[in-house]
Ligand binder design. Structure first.
Ligand code: CP
Ligand code: NVA
Length: 304
């Protein structure tokens, strides 16, 4: 799948056809990998990874994905680079573009990614910012496609914080035509602009009642109540116990509903152990699918 966009910062850069094409390619790459292994389509290509925040899945799936496609990844904490001593983002972007074929960055402020994108001549991928997490949503929709075999007519219930993953999920819903009901405490709603844009293409409802959200839902999603960038931990009081996904809430969704979580999870906060470790949970497939979607995205952006 060739993409028109140079970068992937939000998901809004993609057309519905490109979004579903990336997911179909990820499913093909997964099959190929499990059968005979992937072809080295990224031979001699290098990815720079910059991390301002901790990561397990994003770091390991990007590095392993590059390796399995015949390429190489360089893992940098931003403290290891001259960025930490004041070299500008512009100069860093220009320099990295002369060495490597793609830059993936996990940052606090989303604007830093926009600056990287503006000044680099190679693709820039958002590996999570305070506002968006597009790579997670590619893996999530791949998982939904594998489990439900379709997007049309499905409903996602998002329970908890209207955070970066929720913002990207609204774009994913808009690109696939899946509807969403988002249950958050008052004051923790998702980004208003993203909501308005996404509502042009699909139904998205906001509520403060989790049971309204899970009614007729095919997919129930939660995430931490306290993202890496949230410093005020008093916020937890607003979420518990109402916004915890437990067996009672899960059983109010459709019988064959699946439970998803981008991980890392705090068991018995946003989700009970019974749900995340239960038969409806698909979180390990979801985590694995980060690897396969990373590969199809890298191949598409690097034009392998
Ligand atoms: N889901 C996700 O992005 O996980 P990491 O923070 O471990 O990369
Ligand atoms: N919303 C979480 C996602 C972690 C993958 C965070 O930003 O910390």
């Amino acid at each position: 799948m060739k993409l028109k966009t140079k970068d992937l910062l939000t998901l809004a850069e993609l057309t519905p056809k490109e979004f579903s094409g990336l997911i179909d390619d990820s499913i093909k790459l997964k099959k190929q990998f499990k059968n005979k292994g992937n072809k080295p389509i990224l031979k001699n290509k290098t990815l720079t990874m910059i991390f301002q925040k901790p990561s397990t899945r994003t770091r390991v799936s990007f590095e392993t994905g590059m390796y399995q496609l015949g390429g190489h990844a360089i893992d940098l904490s931003s403290d290891d680079t001259q960025l930490s001593r004041g070299e500008s983002v512009e100069d860093t972007a220009k320099t990295l573009s002369r060495y490597t074929d793609c830059i993936m960055a996990r940052v606090y402020e989303h604007e830093l990614l926009e600056k990287l994108s503006e000044h680099s001549t190679v693709p820039v991928i958002n590996g999570l910012s305070d506002t968006f997490h597009p790579c997670q949503i590619l893996a999530d929709f791949m998982t939904i496609k594998e489990k439900k075999k379709k997007f049309k007519g499905l409903k996602i219930a998002w329970i908890g914080d209207g955070n970066n993953v929720c913002n990207s999920m609204m774009y994913g819903a808009a690109l696939s035509g899946v509807s969403m009901s988002i249950a958050t405490p008052k004051g923790f709603e998702p980004n208003k602009i993203v909501l308005k844009e996404s509502k042009k293409s699909t139904d998205i409802e906001l509520t403060s009642d989790p049971f309204t959200a899970t009614k007729n839902a095919d997919v129930v999603v939660s995430d931490t109540f306290s993202s890496i960038h949230n410093r005020d931990l008093k916020r937890m009081k607003k979420f518990l116990p109402t916004f915890q996904v437990n067996s009672k809430l899960m059983s109010s969704a459709n019988k064959d509903a699946i439970f998803m979580h981008c991980l890392p999870a705090k068991r018995n906060q946003e989700v009970t152990s019974a749900v995340i470790d239960g038969s409806q949970s698909v979180v390990w497939d979801e985590a694995e699918n980060r690897l396969h979607t990373q590969k199809s995205l890298l191949a598409a952006l690097i034009h392998a």
